[in-house]
Write a protein that binds this ligand. Structure first.
Ligand SMILES: Cc1cc2nc3c(=O)[nH]c(=O)nc-3n(C[C@H](O)[C@H](O)[C@H](O)COP(=O)(O)OP(=O)(O)OC[C@H]3O[C@@H](n4cnc5c(N)ncnc54)[C@H](O)[C@@H]3O)c2cc1C
Length: 466
């Protein structure tokens, strides 16, 4: 099969869109694929169709995404929206489904820009109806103008404050924020403050959000522990301990958030190298300064390579595009190096706030290592205690847990439970997270129907006959 495109990009967030625009500018033919109905990724979801009232709620940073979406209208860029990539191989073939039909295309170089996903927050009661992630509540606002009312937000991190203030702007002030970061986290983060001040605008934005919540009288409970969501059929209350007292807040909507982690399903399925990052408490694919992964066919851009935020994602997308262009000989290695040097300087400045944020808002131990009764694999209903029991029986790695009790074998393919299983096994065996490793991911990355597979077989037969 001849390559159909010079470069295929998976993910149309800031990383993927800026990679596409940079690559097309240098004469490459590009196909960019994304599950969403329009370009934007998580931060700029649905930005090209957003109405004024949505923009008023989501803030003016949201509008910054329009320039990227507009940039995709280029005669060398084919944007396939609403398609799900479920297989990628090392020959550069990308298989995806579009409205129930599978297709495959081939590229000379592939840029993975599949972004981040919210860290799973396995607390007692997190599987009850009415419990969402904060990001999910934001998706409802961005894509459907649906606002969750009387929510209690539980967790920590900038996105928790952002969603809380967006709810406020939508006239649906949260009932409370139950935050897990502690004074000890603040003290640990202080040495990183001077560096973070290089991005003082971002810091100021955070301070403004917290001030807005205070001004609106939204109660904030800090250093909360022993958090449990209670309810019979639905979430009914959040119980926790803070400031030396027990608290219980009635609510039917709980929004959980403990930061975001790279979505490594595709890079894992390709067997690319990964390492565990102890500051961000998650796995990152191994890349060099050009975003080049451990196989020459693949570069990785944006949050999928390590959490840096939207501006870093856009810069890294451009860097990966220049790397891909050099690989396929559209530009020389010297030109790539010269252009990347300038982008690297901006990227370093944008990243200066990260150590402060990552240290100030770490996931608490109770989320990394949940108590025994808590379900961690939602698809197969496996608890943290089950994983500990498997470890005692000699189970050494996440893949073995599949034979012990099917964890990670449901439709989400371990996206939700993968990191938790690694953390529990590392704690139980005394090994590092790198030594324990993670689930082996195989295609199809997302559930596909038999009809989709059959359509692919038909396409293959037709191509073979031609
Ligand atoms: C739910 C959520 C909400 C967020 N909201 C904000 C926010 O409001 N403000 C902010 O500053 N930061 C936000 N972030 C963080 C933000 O995602 C990043 O900082 C930034 O958008 C990363 O850009 P990216 O291009 O790397 O990835 P993303 O923007 O995440 O884009 C990745 C894209 O890849 C697509 N994709 C992934 N897998 C596949 C597949 N198999 N097939 C097809 N397409 C695929 C996704 O649909 C997505 O559009 C959010 C993160 C999450 C998880």
């Amino acid at each position: 099969m001849h390559p159909d495109f010079d470069i295929i990009i998976i993910g149309a967030g800031p990383a993927g869109m800026s990679a596409a625009i940079e690559a097309a500018k240098h004469g490459a033919s590009v196909c960019i694929l994304d599950e969403q109905a329009s370009g934007g990724g998580q931060i700029y979801r649905n930005v090209s169709n957003s109405k004024q009232d949505q923009v008023d709620i989501l803030g003016k940073d949201y509008l910054a995404g329009r320039q990227y979406v507009d940039g995709l209208r280029h005669d060398r860029i084919l944007h396939r929206a609403g398609v799900t990539v479920w297989k990628v191989d090392k020959a550069g073939t990308v298989v995806f489904s579009d409205a129930g039909r599978a297709e495959q295309i081939r590229g000379r170089h592939i840029i993975l820009a599949s972004g981040a996903m919210e860290r799973a927050v396995p607390l007692p009661g997190w599987t009850l109806p009415g419990v969402l992630t904060a990001g999910a509540a934001q998706i409802l606002m961005k894509s459907g103008s649906i606002v969750t009312r009387d929510a209690v937000l539980v967790g920590s991190g900038p996105l928790l404050y952002l969603v809380a203030t967006q709810l406020l702007a939508a006239g649906a002030a949260p009932k409370a924020l139950v935050e897990t970061q502690t004074r000890r986290d603040l003290i640990a983060a202080l040495p990183h403050l001077a560096k973070a001040l290089r991005d003082w605008k971002q810091l100021f934005k955070g301070v403004r959000m917290i001030a807005a919540l205070k001004w609106a009288g939204v109660p904030r409970f800090k250093a909360a522990s022993d958090i449990a969501i209670e309810g019979e059929e639905n979430a009914e209350a959040v119980r926790f301990r803070a400031g030396g007292k027990d608290h219980c807040i009635d609510t039917n909507i709980v929004l959980l958030h403990q930061g975001v982690v790279p979505n490594t399903q595709i890079s894992r399925s390709l067997g690319l190298e990964h390492h565990y990052d102890h500051t961000q408490r998650c796995f990152h694919p191994v890349i060099d300064e050009f975003g080049q992964a451990s196989h020459p066919m693949f570069s990785i851009a944006g949050d999928g390579a390590g959490i840096g935020g939207a501006k870093v994602a856009a810069l890294s997308g451009r860097i990966c595009a220049l790397n891909a262009l050099a690989r396929i000989k559209k530009i020389s290695g010297g030109e790539r190096d010269k252009r990347v040097r300038r982008l690297e300087t901006s990227k370093r400045t944008e990243l200066s706030i990260r150590p402060f944020l990552d240290t100030l808002y770490p996931p608490p131990q109770s989320v990394l290592l949940p108590q025994d009764e808590t379900i961690i694999c939602r698809c197969e209903e496996v608890t943290a205690g089950d994983i500990r029991r498997y470890a005692k029986l000699g189970c050494k790695g996440p893949n073995q847990t599949k034979s012990f009790g099917r964890s990670g074998m449901g439709p989400c393919q371990g996206r939700f439970c993968g990191l938790t299983v690694t953390e529990i096994l590392a704690a139980e065996t005394g090994e590092t997270q790198d030594a324990v490793g993670s689930y082996r991911i195989r295609a199809p990355l997302k559930p596909v129907t038999l009809a989709e597979l059959a359509a692919l077989a038909e396409t293959n037969e037709k191509e073979a006959a031609e």
